[in-house]
Write a protein that binds this ligand. Structure first.
Ligand code: HEM
Length: 200
């Protein structure tokens, strides 16, 4: 069996992924200060940085939505239920017994069924929820939506932040479960991953 290098993540996709990760770290850190959980830089500075990073994320996600639609990459997130149960069983049991990956990763289908569902939930539900509640919070009291008082926005926005933190913890562990511990990480940095190629 020979190996070959295959391009999985384009330059824009990698730029999007790492700037999104950085912005979410900045937002979580300053968000903890705005929430009153910790005190490092002072409330005013934390609020200013949080607002700038929040609007930067809005711009980044708008560009990314445009890129997804024009490149056809949105299709990578269409749910696939075939082998979903096999994938869950693999992460729960098979991985600890050295079982093979149930799905093959290709540039046309680079996420397994569980990743598809997770990333779809993240990008189509959690990210918009967080950006919309954040923007409404930012615009309060000038721009208000009927039935969404500040208290509701604060609770939903905070729950959303917990959702991001939970995602990142599981996500970083999951990235180590590729065909080697760092193969997924290297792919997200260089774009390329070594895959096996049958030679006839
Ligand atoms: C230190 C933190 C992070 C590391 C090391 C990391 C690493 C990775 C890696 C290696 C992949 C590729 C997985 C694969 O090939 O199967 C990936 C994909 C992805 N990550 Fe992260 N990630 C981090 C933080 C985040 C954050 C904060 C978010 C957003 C909240 C995020 C969202 C995503 C998404 C949406 C994908 C799929 C991208 C695509 O479809 O091209 N990641 N991440």
């Amino acid at each position: 069996m020979k190996t070959q290098k295959v391009l999985f993540f384009s330059l824009y996709e990698r730029f999007w992924h790492w700037s999104q990760a950085l912005l979410i770290f900045v937002l979580t850190f300053t968000g903890l200060e705005v929430h009153g959980t910790m005190s490092v830089m002072g409330m005013e500075k934390a609020v200013n940085i949080h607002n700038v990073a929040g609007w930067a994320l809005v711009v980044l996600e708008i560009f990314t939505l445009f890129w997804m639609m024009t490149s056809g990459q949105w299709k990578q997130y269409i749910p696939r239920f075939e082998k979903l149960v096999d994938q869950v069983k693999y992460y729960a049991v098979g991985i600890f017994q050295g079982a093979p990956h149930p799905t093959v990763k290709t540039p046309e289908a680079k996420h397994n069924p569980l990743q598809r569902l997770t990333y779809l939930g993240l990008l189509a539900a959690l990210v918009p929820l967080q950006l919309i509640t954040g923007a409404l919070y930012w615009g309060y009291p000038q721009y208000q939506l009927e039935g969404f008082p500040l208290e509701t926005l604060a609770v939903v926005h905070t729950l959303g932040a917990f959702g991001f933190v939970s995602f990142v913890v599981v996500h970083v562990y999951m990235t180590t479960t590729g065909h080697t511990v760092f193969s997924n990480l290297i792919a997200m940095i260089t774009g390329y991953e070594e895959t096996e190629k049958e030679v006839h």
